[in-house]
Write a protein that binds this ligand. Structure first.
Ligand code: IPE
Ligand code: IPE
Ligand code: MG
Length: 246
């Protein structure tokens, strides 16, 4: 017998300008499978690639992905080393896949690595620099910010120090701080999604998230799908943002 499958999800997401994601749960995902944490991180990179592709499909203007925090250096050397190798391989892949091919699909994609990248290996920094140079030739329609060795507090301190260095003795304003943040020039995130079920920011986008809507999703990052992103956006669409007004 044939019958029409009932479409339970009839709501269509209306995407905001900027979505930020705290990609958490790689370690637990791997542990659940009896595998080392590095296995989860590898799977996590593949999902980040998939979500970036989806961001292009839905014409998202800004997407920010939290990949490594200033506090993540506390992890075992072996895990840090795996993550750094993954960043290096990923940066290489970014150059080859999104920039070298110059396909129609990727030509208005703009990948940025934000954070204190000065302490990363010369090999990673070189690739980040190459990507920045390649970005200059592009007019982006989707900007992907990958936060590596990023800390919200460190970002604010950096902004204040950069301001003081250029304007000694001058009183500092909110606009001055905004000018020197890593995310300077981009709209604040409308929605911040955290996978893995925790309900905290873990030092992500502290300044920029002042009026962001927050969404916690129990799914571990390696299991996160475009459908999960849509679910978060549909939830976000139901909220009323007041920004302190009435
Ligand atoms: C997030 O996954 C990725 C990074 C912080 C690099 P975790 O590694 O924090 O995974 P869990 O939270 O331990 O499961
Ligand atoms: C936040 O996850 C950082 C990233 C996703 C890169 P953590 O796993 O480091 O956060 P905590 O330690 O649970 O707060
Ligand atoms: Mg975690």
């Amino acid at each position: 017998m044939w019958f029409k499958k009932k479409n339970i999800e009839t709501e269509k997401p209306v995407y905001p300008r900027h979505i930020a994601i705290i990609m958490d749960g790689n370690g637990r995902w791997a542990k659940k499978r009896g595998m080392p944490r590095s296995f989860g991180h590898k799977a996590g990179v593949a999902v980040a690639e998939k979500i970036i592709d989806y961001a292009i499909d839905i014409k998202l203007q800004h997407i920010s992905l939290y990949a490594f925090s200033t506090e993540n250096w506390q992890r075992p050397d072996e895990e840090i080393s795996t993550l750094m190798t993954l960043f290096d391989t990923y940066a290489e892949k970014v150059i080859n896949r999104y920039y070298a091919e110059k396909t129609e699909r990727y030509k208005s994609l703009y990948i940025r690595f934000l954070g204190d990248t000065s302490v990363l290996s010369p090999s990673i920094r070189e690739k980040i620099d190459t990507i920045e140079v390649l970005n200059r030739e592009r007019t982006p329609s989707t900007i992907v910010n990958i936060a590596v060795n990023y800390g919200g507090r460190r970002e604010i301190v950096k902004a204040v120090n950069d301001f003081i260095a250029r304007n000694p003795g001058k009183h500092i304003t909110e606009a001055d701080i905004e000018k020197y943040l890593y995310f300077s020039g981009q709209p604040d995130p409308d929605l911040i999604i955290r996978t893995g079920g925790e309900m905290r920011l873990s030092n992500f986008m502290l300044w920029e998230s002042a009026y962001s809507e927050y969404y916690s999703c129990p799914v571990y990052w390696p299991d996160f799908s475009p459908e999960d992103l849509d679910r978060a956006v549909i939830d976000f669409n139901k909220r009323t943002r007041r920004f302190g007004g009435v």
